[in-house]
Ligand binder design. Structure first.
Ligand SMILES: [Zn+2]
Length: 280
């Protein structure tokens, strides 16, 4: 498949706005900096970050809480601190944003048993868990309110490379929002697209991620990125850079890894339902 330049292949003036769905505080900047930066002054841009909520105070419920304290809830920054980091990054991008108050998947509990739904932030699965259905529906209703009947828009959503449950739920809900006025564009979850060791250690790819959400590739697009400019904005996520990249040098290396025609780039995909044969 030939890759095309993204900004040359979309008629931006047909869109009321471009909406980027960010499962967590940093996903939009990490994955879509190039797109958001390029479209400044061209079309209205809104980043909706989904999981920004303060977790409910943890009751002591034995082994599962202990597991989270030991393995998941390291020094990843408080929700308040992380929201401040995102505000700085969105301001640097001069981009509109909204922080929704949903809890991160690792904090969500079954409405019936009260137990945590996921053992860790990344589990290999095809569909999100049934105990998470009320969260998924609530999120869908909020996103529908924000995205439908608001004029024509391009909804930019993660492919969910890396098996993160919140990314997968975002992608599934975005597919439900597609209609005559809502076009979908998928982004490659960064840095999970680079190396499975960033995520759960499971090999993954854009194509495999598409398959999991019932889609196949239609067209791949690239947008060139200035790694220094992107590193400056990503650097606003001070609590996340050490967790994901260890230091600034590794961050800059990571941002230069994906390339198009020899230059650092981000990649985006349009997809079609997997059962539909390719157009003649
Ligand atoms: Zn994320």
């Amino acid at each position: 498949m030939d890759t095309e330049l993204l900004d040359e292949n979309f008629e931006w003036d047909q869109y009321e706005r471009v909406v980027v769905l960010s499962p967590h505080l940093d996903d939009a900047a990490l994955s879509c900096f190039g797109l958001l930066d390029k479209l400044h002054g061209t079309v209205s841009r809104l980043v909706i970050t989904i999981c920004c909520g303060n977790p409910a105070p943890a009751p002591t419920r034995g082994k599962v809480d202990q597991f989270r304290q030991e393995h998941d809830l390291g020094d990843y920054g408080s929700p308040t601190e992380r929201r401040r980091e995102d505000i700085a990054a969105m301001n640097a991008l001069r981009c509109d944003f909204v922080h929704l108050g949903f809890e991160d998947g690792v904090y969500r509990r079954s409405p019936t048993s009260g137990d945590y739904i996921y053992r860790s932030t990344r589990e290999k699965f095809v569909r999100p868990r049934i105990e998470d259905a009320s969260h998924i529906e609530e999120l869908f209703l909020v996103l529908r309110r924000l995205c439908q009947n608001m004029g024509r828009l391009l909804l930019v959503t993660p492919l969910s490379i890396g098996y993160h449950v919140d990314h997968s739920i975002t992608a599934h809900n975005a597919l439900r929002l597609e209609n005559d006025d809502v076009d979908l564009l998928f982004y490659e979850d960064f840095p999970y697209v680079l190396d499975p060791s960033y995520g759960g250690g499971i090999e993954d790819s854009p194509e495999k991620a598409m398959e999991r959400i019932g889609r196949s590739a239609e067209q791949r697009y690239a947008i060139p990125v200035d790694p220094a400019a992107k590193a400056k904005v990503v650097g606003d996520y001070k609590s996340q850079v050490p967790v994901l990249f260890e230091d600034d040098e590794n961050l800059r290396t990571a941002l230069s890894t994906r390339r198009f025609q020899g230059e650092p780039a981000e990649f985006y995909w349009t997809t079609r339902p997997r059962t539909t044969p390719p157009p003649a």
